[in-house]
Design a protein around this ligand. Sequence first.
Ligand SMILES: *Cc1c(COP(=O)(O)O)cnc(C)c1O
Length: 357
Amino acid sequence: MQQINVTKTYLPPLEEYTAYLQGIWERGHLTNHGPLLQELEEKLKTYLGVKHLFVVNNGTIALQIAIKALGLKNEIITTPFSYVATTSSIAWEGCTPVFADIDAKTLCINPDEIKHKITQATTGILATHVYGIPCNVEAIKEIAEQHNLKIIYDAAHAFGVNYKGTSVLNYGDISTLSFHATKLFHTIEGGAIITNDDELAHKISYMRNFGHNGPEAFFGVGINGKTSEFNAAMGLCILPKVPELIEARKRISELYDDLLKSTSLKKPELPEATEYNYAYYPVLFETEEQLLETRKRLNENSVFPRRYFYPSLNTVNYMGKQDAPVSEDVSKRVLCLPIYFDLAENDVRRIATLLIN
Ligand SMILES: *Cc1c(COP(=O)(O)O)cnc(C)c1O
């Protein structure tokens, strides 16, 4: 039986990619802010409706540059329910991740919990729009304003998500994306940093390029966040397909909804006024035992869902012990089901049957 994984990377028709390769060979310009990268950045800004967007070589560097550009120090309040890069970027930048527990409905950081974690040492909030579900951006903004904190949104899952009529990337001081091959839109490896602030944009633009101000001068300290033309070419091939990729995922998601509606499985809730991207299909079991039993049955039938996100990040070995009971509980009971552009209806039906029995 053909193996079905939680996701499958979309690859464009090969001849579309090789047409771009032809141009790269002719120009001999392989990286360092080449013409394909510039074209991709312009098209992404238009597609997403954002002011400044910088493509970088992965979503983790995007987070690290965001923390540096905002000058965050000491404690950063963050979510324990995300991919490990959200937490590790904070630690890697020499700051302390302080976990605020999540909301049991949306699985995003709970604003009331943020309030309880603020100290004299807090400089910012790094929250994830987990599965592309928008955080409570209004409440977070209010808290940040009251306490003079910066906001970064890890929007790695939120490509194409709109909230209240605008891209969810327009909230917070900086948002970051991942364009890893497992994400809805990808450049094989890649990511982006988004801001509406001109001064921050300038900082980000030099920070991702070693801090250069021309070949022999520097604005400040920087790192190598540059992206190659080969990665940009992949992005240019895939971007025009994104609406149909989202449409296909929507159909699969609605079919799962229908097939699973009479089960005890629960889904996280989307806030009102969200236009979703169907990037993930998470389901919550009543107990971890049920999850493990079901996963075993799926695996035996060549279906490989993933425990996104497990374990809860407050329990990762290099973090001091911090409490986040909701996140720990959810992490043990959540499973992301396979969803991707060409997952066949028959396979969705088969997976649903395995989930029910
Ligand atoms: C994928 C992901 C990242 C890391 O992105 P890379 O491009 O793999 O470095 C960060 N945060 C979240 C929530 C992710 O899912």
